[in-house]
Design a protein around this ligand. Sequence first.
Ligand code: AHR
Length: 494
Amino acid sequence: MNKLILNADIKKGKINRNIYGHFAEHLGRCIYEGIWVGEDSDIPNTRGIRNDVVEALKEIDIPVLRWPGGCFADEYHWKDGVGPREKRAKIVNTHWGGVTENNHFGTHEFLDLCEQLNAEPYICGNVGSGTVYEMQQWVEYMTFAGESPMTNWRQENGRDKPWKLRYFGVGNENWGCGGNMRPEYYADLYRRYQTYVRNYGDNKIYKIACGPNTDDYEWMEILMSRAGKYMDGLSLHYYTVPGDWENKGSATDFDKKEWFNTLKKALYMEELIEKHSTIMDKYDPDKKVGLIVDEWGAWYNVEPNTNPGFLYQQNSLRDALIAGINLNIYNNHCDRVQMANIAQTINVLQAMVLTRGEEILLTPTYHVFEMYKVHQDAQLLDFNLVSEDYQMEDESIPAVNGSTSVDREGNINITLCNLKDDKNIKLECVCNSTELAISDLKGRVLTSDKLNAHNTFEDKNRVKPQQFDDYNLTKDGFQVNLPSSSVVRLTIKG
Ligand code: AHR
């Protein structure tokens, strides 16, 4: 009944590595403590950026990192964050806890972080409370090589050569925290602001407009019709919230019903992408404009006794499934989805890494990104997945979710999520290919005996990937026994 037919000779397009992107905002302990500790810290660091975090993130090959927000972006004035640190403006972070932001982590520090990670920077500009001139000067400051006031200032601040900057967002959530605008108004503002986001020398900017919240199809329609030809990408934000915004639900204290509901809500991403893509297709049939899912992930109630404005939450096996499901969906829609940025890298929402003083731990979500990194820049393969239903009371969702790609060396990677809370699933895989003869198949699995299993500073390796070999070769493929509540990666050696 459960069957995967893999058409291994049919390539459906490149999975943009940027689908595996991340997002780091000036929010809670993401930037400060999580990334930036300062040069004088006892925590080992390189120019103020903590080494343990950089090492951990390098393992998952972060392709692109979005900064400085989020809601913070539309209140951020970049000039506050350059020059000698002791002279930088101390401002209020109004969105996130009302704490004082000392601006010690600014443009130079962010771009240094990207260089240390070997990741592309994706900077989000301020439309909500910033000027066109300010945005124009920021891009000039970062990317212009010739003599100019901004180049001179950058050089005084210690950076001689410009940086390469490809991704630039023109505002964030301008339908909400970024100015509460109507789509018609933002579409006009977008056209105006983007005009001055210049390409200096050979630096070519990929301009990303603020797209819709969740299922706001009207926003998509209006942006595409009025401003589509001025953009390279358009964002989409959707968070997986088990409950509602008033009471989102706990990160670790949930029952089977809530497990099911959460995964059902994660699967909703597919419908959103398909419906938004249909609208985009109307105005952009050649798919020149990328759908940029630059905020996604699980959003729960904050951990007890933590600052509600800091959005600190634990990360369990359920988050691993949410990550696996979403990444499979993005891979499968790689014709339109050109980037996705999970929120947020460290200590905030569905994080990769949690820190406590000098200690760090890797979350189940981190491990999924590590397992899935093989898909980056690989070719999506055609497949058909027939799955039994996962039933809960009167609702049902497909029990298995997956995607499959072939890398440059010819290795085929199949990533599969078994969503069922208590049932292993036998999946028969038929590989159609004129060339492929499977002899070398390897597997890895991320699962646990408890749905809410998570890593803590006392037990950092409670949830981590293991070798997996519960499969056998058949005459036309293989059969695999997917453990309940698991993320599995199978690799057919090319
Ligand atoms: O990621 C947290 C917040 O969620 C971002 O600042 C905002 O863009 C979104 O509403």
